[in-house]
Design a protein around this ligand. Sequence first.
Ligand SMILES: [Zn+2]
Length: 181
Amino acid sequence: MTLLDPEFGEIIVRKNTLSRAIKFSISTSGRLAVSVPSSTPNFLIKRFVNTSREQIRTKLPLKNPETQRARDTKKKLLTKKARAYLPYRLDFWAKKYSYSYTTLRLSHAQTRWGSRSSSGTISLNIGLMNLPEQLRDYVILHELAHINHMNHSAAFWSELAAHDPNYKRHRKALKMFTPGV
Ligand SMILES: [Zn+2]
């Protein structure tokens, strides 16, 4: 059986005599599947989907074309902003503190703000453009400090502290944001 949801599209409903509570999962085809105790009426399933919307969104690859389009537009805009800003900002800090890196790659990763590879490439997430400037700079300085320290050793943090004295506060504040567009 399936139910139609305006945001998630077709929802696969699996009635299961063994299940005690309503649970959602993502099917192999990428669709939302809800497993429910056999006797569950549809309105309860819909209510469950409505109250779990936020949680489902983080797990589900988007199917709704309009939401997908809006997201694509947002991503394009953010990439444009990032291209016009991040290379210069990275260059500014690198020059100021005499760091050298090979290339900058703009990333769209869902969970990482930035990274630095052993080959010298620095990746910065386009989502940085949604952050306050101090946090953006924190990420940039963090990745630059990785040029001298490939780990998060005490030496790494003390080098970062020299360039960003408030790094502890910035690191904590950054946890309130997620990079995914
Ligand atoms: Zn790091």
